[in-house]
Write a protein that binds this ligand. Structure first.
Ligand code: ZN
Length: 252
């Protein structure tokens, strides 16, 4: 049994048996994995708080040929995000980050881009205490990395350019944007600020966006609209509802 060492982010952990934990984690080099941390729920466990959700860690584990679950041997904290969970709004965004990552990434397929996105979004929430923009950015880039981002410039029906101030609409069932002329029942309007924010997100890094987007109610509303659109696309792709999404307040 060779021991593997990897940088990882903890996605979720569940109580298992008497004092163990079942841990889902995203390894930077190996992709999404699941393993058992024996004795992790016992007092004075050597794992400490390293297995808390979204902890950025260095992890050592054994792969067992005949079993799906690896055995987690040791875990060292690189950065903890426990403090960010104390804010309610942030905790919902963070829960969505881990739930979405777990839902969209296949097991054992490394994706450095998804790893960096998850880490960046989580660190931004912790550092700024704000979650609207990082959540929208995370959702949009998860969709883009998955190859599911519809054109933000052209109508998915007739191909006409979506001009900056024309009304556009979004079809959750088709996961696509359409122009005002192609609007059908069930599609909802996308505001020009939300469409423009989504376009900026494709082109700009999150830290630059943070300086450029109005940190007011209008900016938060546009970000929320982008988030709702992207979560619809993600749910369309994974073919189920995201549990943590129900905790998001409905858009104002
Ligand atoms: Zn059209």
């Amino acid at each position: 049994m060779p021991v593997h060492e990897s940088e990882a982010i903890i996605l979720q952990s569940y109580a298992l048996g008497e004092g163990d934990r079942l841990v889902s984690f995203l390894s930077r080099t190996m992709g999404r994995m699941r393993g058992v941390a024996a004795g992790a729920r016992k007092p004075k466990s050597r794992f400490g708080s390293t297995l808390e959700r979204l902890s950025h860690v260095r992890i050592w584990y054994f792969e067992r040929e005949t079993r799906e679950l690896v055995r987690i041997n040791q875990c060292e904290m690189i950065e903890s995000f426990l403090s960010a969970f104390s804010d309610y709004a942030s905790s919902i965004a963070l829960a969505l980050f881990s739930e979405i990552t777990g839902a969209v990434l296949p097991e054992k397929e490394a994706s450095d881009a998804n790893f960096r996105l998850l880490l960046l979004a989580t660190q931004t929430v912790k550092r700024t205490g704000k979650c609207e923009l990082p959540l929208a950015y995370f959702a949009l880039w998860t969709v883009k990395l998955g190859g599911w981002l519809p054109s933000l410039d052209r109508c998915g029906q007739c191909g006409q350019a979506l001009a900056a101030n024309d009304p556009a609409c979004f079809s959750p069932s088709a996961a696509a944007l359409a122009c005002g002329k192609c609007r059908r029942p069930g599609m909802r309007l996308v505001s020009p600020p939300a469409l423009s924010l989504a376009r900026k997100m494709v082109a700009e890094r999150l830290d630059r966006l943070q300086d450029g987007v109005a940190a007011d109610a209008a900016g938060a509303r546009a970000a929320r609209e982008v988030t709702e659109m992207m979560l619809d696309i993600i749910e369309h792709q994974i073919d189920r509802k995201l549990v943590s999404r129900e905790l998001l307040e409905s858009p104002a």
